[in-house]
Design a binder for this molecule. Structure first.
Ligand code: SAJ
Length: 427
């Protein structure tokens, strides 16, 4: 590539992180290749369609050209390889670096000398040094000479109408000055916001884990408050609104039936496990994860108590679960508390019907009306706008006796006024 030509970009992983990044880079005039193993996804993108619901992306995709491919040999045409693959945990909450390792190996095998490799996937401090770097060294490359390796943690917020990859500030770290400079130049050319260089690649890895652990512990804080104030007949959401009138040093978070998604409930475990290697125990992070993981069970206990008030129990009751997605107004099921809630309901002998407008294929009913018709009690698990807009009269007409509001998003006073037993999380 000669100096005045733009580098050719390869994004590995056409998901929530990689696809918006590829689309924005293409909109800024880069030649962009998008690599993924999922041919269905590639076929949709080829037609300018998004494989998942995301307003920002659905508007941008038809206007840009992304050369999607699944044959890794094409990576030899590219200059910058950006790895945007999942970093999940297994069922014992152990980090699973499999996708990062295999993506790195694919790039190392197919890239051309002089390439810049940027890992965007969320990882704990040390992953770039201990897993990514050795893969390229083993392929015969000298870091800082034949290949440059950086980390720029993704900051995608699915469903956010305001913040997206083109305007969210970023941090970036690298093993060397050239890698850092090239990475910073690339992101400054596509992101209309500050790109902060970190002193080391580990600091860049630590930033994202810190951001998301910060969120997890704050959610755990209000979840604990909800359970305590419940016993004092205090509405915790009013208390949080009250505390939010303080114009400094308070950041509102909200209690709910559980913490889902591919980031918040996962990332702290990467730090917890890594720290163990240094004989350090993240007591606080572990406690927060324990509290947040207990919220589905707590929610089912609330529903059980409500049913007891009308001499019913979960056993044999038909419960309508509104929402399968982990977050409002998106159709993303990853780590969604809805599935833990459904499992607990069925374990207690309840019959469950479900509806999520963003996930019709996994819903057992076709509409809110059908769910309400079939249900005796309702458990709201996701605060989709469509559920918030349900007029209370609909619950009354369907003879719903009990509502458990797992996201504190329904009109408590209005529902109670119509004689329905309402319980929120801490309200
Ligand atoms: N949740 C609560 N209470 C809260 C906030 C969230 O129970 O006060 C629950 C949500 O219902 C959901 C889960 O936590 O189940 C995660 O919610 P989230 O709003 O954090 O959504 P995510 O997972 O999309 O988080 C993303 C993250 N972005 C990145 O990782 C780049 C996170 O860092 C952001 O802080 C978050 O969006 C955001 O601020 O919206």
């Amino acid at each position: 590539m000669n100096q005045n030509e733009k580098p050719v970009i390869c994004v590995i992983g056409m998901g929530y992180v990689g696809l918006p990044l590829a689309a924005v880079a293409a909109s800024k005039g880069y030649t962009v290749y998008g690599f993924d193993n999922d041919q269905k996804k590639l076929d949709l993108i080829k037609q300018g369609l998004s494989p998942f619901k995301e307003e920002f992306l659905e508007q941008l995709l038809p206007k840009v050209k992304i050369n999607v491919f699944s044959n890794p040999k094409l990576m030899s045409e590219c200059d910058i390889h950006i790895i945007c693959v999942p970093t999940p945990v297994d069922d014992k909450y152990f980090p699973d670096l499999g996708p990062v390792i295999s993506a790195s190996e694919t790039v190392a095998k197919n890239m051309r000398k002089g390439s810049l490799v940027i890992l965007e996937s969320t990882v704990n401090p040390g992953v770039s040094e201990e897993f990514v770097k050795p893969i390229f060294e083993k392929a015969g490359y000298e870091i800082g000479k034949d290949v440059f390796i950086s980390h720029c943690p993704e900051r995608v917020n699915p469903g956010d109408p305001k913040w997206n990859v083109s305007n969210i500030p970023r941090v970036v770290g690298s093993f060397d000055e050239i890698g850092l400079k090239r990475s910073q130049e690339f992101y400054e050319s596509i992101v209309d916001a500050k790109i902060m260089p970190m002193a080391t690649i580990r600091e860049a890895e630590a930033v994202k884990i810190t951001e998301n652990s910060f969120r997890d512990i704050n959610i755990a804080f209000v979840n604990e408050l909800a359970r305590s104030f419940e016993r004092m007949d205090i509405d915790v959401t009013n208390v949080i609104k009250g505390a939010s009138t303080k114009p400094f040093s308070f950041l509102a978070h909200w209690p709910s039936c559980g913490v889902g998604g591919h980031c918040i409930p996962v990332d702290p475990y990467y730090l917890i496990e890594k720290a163990k290697e240094n004989d350090f125990d993240h007591v606080f992070l572990r406690a927060a994860r324990k509290i947040n993981n207990s919220m589905p069970e707590y929610t089912i206990e609330l529903l059980q108590d409500q049913l007891n008030e009308i001499e019913k129990s979960l056993k044999g009751t038909i419960v309508g679960v509104l929402g399968l997605s982990y977050k409002a107004n998106v159709g993303d099921l990853r780590e969604s508390p809805s599935f833990e809630l459904i499992k607990l309901l069925e374990k207690n002998g309840a019959k469950v019907v479900t509806f999520d407008p963003f996930v019709p294929a996994m819903s057992s009913t076709k509409s809110i009306d059908e769910l309400l018709e079939k249900s005796e009690a309702v458990l709201l698990a996701t605060n989709h706008q469509e559920f918030i807009n349900i007029p209370v009269e609909k619950f009354v007409q369907s003879n719903i006796k009990v509502i458990t509001d797992g996201k504190n998003c329904l009109n408590k006073a209005e529902i109670q006024k119509h004689g329905i037993i309402y319980k929120g999380i801490g309200r």
